[in-house]
Design a protein around this ligand. Structure first.
Ligand SMILES: NC(=O)c1ccc[n+]([C@@H]2O[C@H](COP(=O)([O-])OP(=O)(O)OC[C@H]3O[C@@H](n4cnc5c(N)ncnc54)[C@H](O)[C@@H]3O)[C@@H](O)[C@H]2O)c1
Length: 334
């Protein structure tokens, strides 16, 4: 029976991954410090005998060294996630996204775990010209502290390839969408849909910039595939995680949403603060791991519309921080 340590398991991706792994019969040990007071997001798991929770900070050597007991594999999701929040908290971003991740890697090495999955981001590609599509060999051009830290951690892991007891796989995730026990309305598809359902005028900057998207449940399935794949297919490998059909411009996303909300008010402006523009090639993950997303962007918008229109997210305006990565109160002196 494999016991998967999910670091950052109380987050947007982590709670959906937990649900999926528990359904598939795995034991899940979640490690998290509830950076957004997101403790309520794990409450539904606590009755499951195959679920274990450890509260702690991944930057703390003593917190980290306690959680590896009987762990077979590690999925590292925790971090200060997103460009805006890392721009707002640069010091905390360095502590968590660089020193914290390195701390986890160093402590995990030597604990006898099999697989170590590090979740990185396609944001690492930064800005491409219109005829370019980034595969895993494409040069990296991180444009934010968030992506620069991911690139740094990828390089650190690559420098250790072949020297660690665990076999490492790096997954560069597309931008996520879809429902999760811990919602994030600071992500493009969810943010646009929410604003238009509420009836606000949506300002869209640089509508023709491209980015790839992927449903959180597809990410969960991909992580299971990596855990179960032949070692030779995944050890010391980097995969773009997503699907070619889910490369979208912002304009394409708002067009899809407007199809369901004909009275949507949208203002288009150029030269916003986020210059990212990248189309990504997902051929490697399809060919090597036979992974193709099941959910389209349209599927994601439809499920979100149903939830929003049913008023599932009460307090979405008054208690904004519950529903996204907007503010933290984080100190550490490790
Ligand atoms: N969501 C996306 O669109 C997206 C896209 C690309 C990559 N990713 C990557 O996927 C991973 C998960 O993202 P998410 O959307 O679930 O983010 P999230 O912010 O919802 O979840 C992160 C979790 O990590 C926890 N955490 C933060 N700092 C911690 C610390 N020091 N110690 C212990 N726990 C800590 C938080 O409490 C939270 O539960 C991240 O590594 C992110 O970079 C996400």
């Amino acid at each position: 029976m494999r016991r998967i340590l999910v670091i950052g398991g109380a987050g947007y991706v982590g709670t959906v991954l937990t649900e999926h792994l528990l359904e598939q019969g795995y034991i899940v040990r979640c490690f998290d410090n509830f950076l957004y007071k997101n403790n309520h997001c794990i409450s539904s798991f606590l009755r499951n005998k195959k679920y274990q929770f450890t509260y702690g900070d991944m930057c703390s050597p003593s917190d980290m060294s306690k959680v590896f007991d009987e762990v077979s594999d590690v999925v590292l999701l925790a971090g200060l996630v997103g460009d805006p929040i890392t721009r707002k908290y640069p010091k905390q971003s360095r502590l968590i996204n660089e020193l914290g991740i390195e701390n986890v890697i160093d402590i995990a090495n030597g604990k006898g775990t099999k697989r170590f999955i590090f979740v990185s981001t396609c944001s690492n590609y930064g800005m491409l010209s219109s005829n370019e599509i980034a595969d895993e060999e494409f040069s990296l051009n991180p444009l934010s502290d968030y992506a620069r830290a991911k690139v740094k951690c990828e390089k650190y892991l690559m420098s250790l390839f072949g020297t660690t007891d665990f076999k490492c796989t790096i997954l560069r995730f597309a931008t996520a969408f879809g429902l999760s026990p811990r919602m994030r309305f600071d992500l493009t598809i969810s943010e646009f849909t929410k604003e238009l359902v509420i009836g606000n005028e949506l300002t869209v900057f640089d509508a023709n910039t491209w980015r790839p998207y992927c449903h959180v449940r597809d990410f969960a399935r991909l992580i299971q595939i990596v855990l179960e794949a032949k070692e030779t297919s995944v050890a010391n490998q980097i995969f773009n995680a997503g699907g070619d059909d889910n490369n979208y411009t912002k304009k394409m996303i708002v067009d899809e949403i407007s199809h369901y909300i004909p009275k949507a008010k949208i203002k288009f402006l150029e030269r916003g603060s986020d210059p990212r523009n990248y189309k990504v090639n997902f051929g490697k993950v399809r060919k090597v791991l036979n992974f193709k997303p099941k959910y389209s962007v349209t599927d994601g918008i439809k499920e979100l519309l149903i939830a929003l229109e049913s008023k599932v997210f009460q307090g979405i305006i008054e208690e904004k921080n519950m529903y996204g990565n907007y503010e933290i109160d984080y100190k550490n002196d490790f």
